[in-house]
Design a protein around this ligand. Structure first.
Ligand SMILES: Cc1ncc(COP(=O)(O)O)c(C=O)c1O
Length: 438
């Protein structure tokens, strides 16, 4: 096959309709604050913080300078049996933000790697405790836990699974928490805590002592922002405790202020045994993820091995990469200096009120939201997801980037967004989604 010199064909784009995109590309070339600019110089408001990751806004010079300085000073340090100061410092800073005694932090390069790492830590913990039978995992329908084999197995979104065979054995799914009677609930829905009993039923079916961990997103993000019903997370915690099951919160989207606190665990007042995180950890300026674990998990796994021996046979060449650590430290400084988590909590009522005002639109079938994240469902067409895809393209042309999953708009502006930015997001949504109903 002969390709023209300026072809887009060689790049196989992820989670993208490649043929349609390449026929009419949506290219962005610059980003600053709450805006992108496309290759024609047109401004696009970022209604989804890139992919829920640029919490402090784009183009932060403090982060870019810290990364450049680090790369010039020391570009790379092998992370196995060797260390560099910044990795220890990021771990300390992250541990200071996590709830309870989640004081030990394992570095990875993405949310997907964080999830697969947490799966392995859960198995290693069970093994170190002499509970080798605990090899099962529980997750949830409509869950998204990244795309590695472990995370795909936990995932509850059919399209993300169907081409990939049987995946990992021993994963059981609870029901999701979307209930029709909770439509248009701002914040935590009143109904649905009883859905946590699915975990109890699974434990009774397979034996609670065969389950290593239960993975959930406190707010299920990629599926359309399902806020946990009141009492649901608390009940999951109780059931996990009763059966010795580790509770893992996948906070890849929720973490770092999206819910108005450092982690959703703190917003909802439920402390898990592990937290997976990524995205806003570096404000997305460098790829980085992490798993924070409780003292007992770290101590048990580490103490089970002889002193001179590697305790956990797991890690990545780029775990705790110096450039990523520099980006994380500069990012955490910004969050602290600009009180961005508190700002998110303060801005949340305005944000949610503005988004929920779209309720009167004919094509809008449900809205959910918490903190600085909301999902707006639009009525699907004959093929689910097609209207959402059409909306994505129309919104982009109208100057707004919003990530759709299927027929749900996932709205999550950078935490630096002002009221006028929120107003603009909502007015473009109203105009474009309204136009699709005509
Ligand atoms: C809850 C959750 N877990 C894991 C991931 C995967 O993260 P990544 O795309 O960085 O691998 C995502 C990504 O959106 C996510 O939302």
């Amino acid at each position: 096959m002969q390709y023209p010199a300026n072809t887009l064909e060689h790049y196989w784009m992820p989670f993208t309709a490649n043929r349609d995109f390449k026929a009419d590309p949506r290219l962005v070339v610059r980003a600053e604050g709450v805006h992108y600019w496309n290759h024609r110089g047109e401004r696009i408001l970022d209604g989804s913080s890139g992919l829920f990751c640029s919490a402090a806004g784009h183009g932060r010079p403090e982060i870019a300078e810290a990364v450049a300085k680090q790369l010039l000073e020391m570009d790379f340090a092998a992370p196995f049996q060797m260390g560099h100061p910044a990795a220890f410092e990021v771990a300390r800073r992250v541990a200071a933000l996590t709830p309870g005694d989640l004081n030990h932090v394992f570095f990875v390069n993405s949310g997907s790697e964080a999830v697969d790492t947490a799966l392995k830590i859960a198995l290693a913990y069970a093994s170190a405790r002499g509970e080798g039978r605990r090899q099962r995992f529980v997750s949830r329908e409509r869950a998204y836990h990244g795309v590695n084999v472990g995370g795909t197995s936990l995932s509850g979104i059919m399209k993300n699974r169907e081409a990939f065979g049987a995946l990992m054995p021993g994963v059981v799914h609870m029901r999701h928490t979307w209930l029709p009677e909770n439509r248009f609930t701002k914040g935590q829905p009143a109904k649905g805590a009883e859905l946590a009993e699915d975990l109890q039923r699974i434990a009774e079916l397979v034996g609670g002592n065969t389950i290593a961990a239960c993975f959930i997103e406190p707010i299920a993000g990629s599926t359309g922002i399902l806020v946990p019903p009141k009492g649901y997370l608390e009940r999951l915690r109780e059931i996990c405790d009763a059966h010795g099951i580790l509770l893992v919160f996948d906070e890849v989207i929720c973490g770092f202020g999206r819910t108005g606190k450092a982690f959703a665990a703190q917003s909802f007042g439920v402390t898990p045994d592990m937290i997976t995180m990524a995205k806003a950890l570096t404000n997305a300026a460098q790829p980085m993820g992490a798993v924070a674990v409780r003292d007992d998990i770290y101590d048990t796994v580490v103490d089970a091995a002889p002193e001179q021996s590697v305790e956990l046979f797991h890690g990545y060449t780029y775990s705790g990469h110096p450039a990523a650590c520099a980006a994380a430290l500069a990012t955490l400084d910004i969050y602290e200096r600009e009180n961005l988590f508190e700002r998110a909590a303060e801005m949340s009522p305005y944000f949610l009120d503005s988004i929920f005002a779209l309720e009167d639109m004919p094509g809008v079938t449900d809205i959910r939201g918490y903190g600085m994240i909301a999902g707006v469902d639009i009525a699907p067409g004959p093929v689910p997801g097609m209207r959402g895809y059409e909306a994505t393209k129309r919104l982009f042309r109208a100057g707004l980037h919003v990530k759709f999953t299927g027929d749900c708009a996932l709205v999550a502006p950078p935490l630096i967004a002002g009221k006028s930015d929120i107003d603009e997001i909502c007015s473009i949504l109203r105009e474009v989604l309204g136009g699709m109903e005509e």
